[in-house]
Design a protein around this ligand. Structure first.
Ligand code: NAD
Length: 257
């Protein structure tokens, strides 16, 4: 168990897979939010096997459904009395297509989950943190929240919005002891990224992955645990004066042009 979060109540959306799940292993009292009950149950069993003292609450919710977000916040407070940290992380990539060809329904779905889901989460958790005069929020943006990414216009739009909302939350609530930052991961080896390489090269996704890695200064993709270490810091009391930032974790790739 990561000592930095010991005793803290941490809510993680997208907690059943990838980046959210990697961070879930560090928290003391966890509320894991994801779409499917069975995936959440499996994540809970894995965490409990590794950290028998962990208290894990699982709540199946769609982050793009405002009423469901309100409910997961209420259920967490009912179980744990407070919320110290919020890893506002659930997101989807969408399909890959150029701007004129982009399917409008998919565009709206990406915005609903990646932008509105992050907004609803802050909308209902910030008042809880304000009452406590303490909170840490980490929103998951992306390098697509800093730069353009070919064929991914709604994803890039949504992640720039996440970075913008992060700045506003920092401005509006820093005075109440609430510190808000965003992370901007590059390509990290999670099921979402494996799916993206399948879209790029359905015949040989591993080849697409190897080619992609060549563009990175470190010549490799990142690992979920590497991201989790940054997120745990940002969710901890140690993070007290970094506020409103979008922090790239991408092996240095976003410095290239
Ligand atoms: P992932 O697909 O492994 O995990 C995402 C989780 O979010 C899944 O468990 C999924 O069920 C859940 N989810 C999706 N839609 C949801 C919804 N409407 N309500 C609740 N849960 C929902 O992907 P990941 O790579 O771990 O991605 C996590 C976050 O990191 C996303 O916001 C993604 O955009 C971002 N990100 C990932 C990378 C990367 O390289 N992996 C890079 C940049 C940003």
């Amino acid at each position: 168990m990561g000592k930095r979060l010991e005793g803290k109540v941490i809510v993680i959306t997208g907690g059943a897979s990838g980046l959210g799940n990697a961070t879930a292993k560090e928290g003391a009292k966890l509320a894991l939010i994801d779409l499917k009950e069975d995936a959440l149950e499996q994540a809970k069993q894995e965490i409990s096997a590794k950290y028998p003292e962990a208290q894990v609450l699982t709540i199946a919710s769609d982050v793009s459904d405002e009423a469901a977000v309100k409910r997961y916040v209420e259920e967490t407070v009912k179980s744990f009395d407070r919320i110290d940290g919020f890893y506002n992380n659930a997101g989807i990539e969408g399909k890959q297509a150029l701007i004129p060809d982009y399917d409008v329904q998919v565009f709206k779905k990406v915005i609903d989950i990646n932008l509105m889901g992050v907004y609803y989460g802050m909308r209902y958790i910030i008042p809880v943190m304000k009452n406590q005069q303490y909170g840490r929020i980490v929103n998951t943006a992306s390098v697509g929240g800093i730069r353009g990414v070919l064929n991914q216009v709604p994803y890039v739009a949504s992640k720039h919005a996440v970075s913008g909302m992060t700045k506003n939350a920092a401005l509006e609530f820093g005075r109440y002891g609430i510190i808000t930052n965003a992370i901007a991961p590059g390509a990290i080896l999670t099921p979402m990224v494996a799916g993206a390489f399948k879209q790029v090269n359905p015949e040989d996704p591993k080849k697409a992955e190897a080619e992609y890695a060549q563009n990175n200064p470190t010549k490799r993709l990142g690992l979920p645990d590497e991201v989790a270490k940054l997120v745990v810091f940002l969710l901890s009391e140690d993070c007290s004066y970094v506020n409103g930032q979008t922090i790239a974790i991408d092996g240095g790739e976003s410095n290239a042009y």
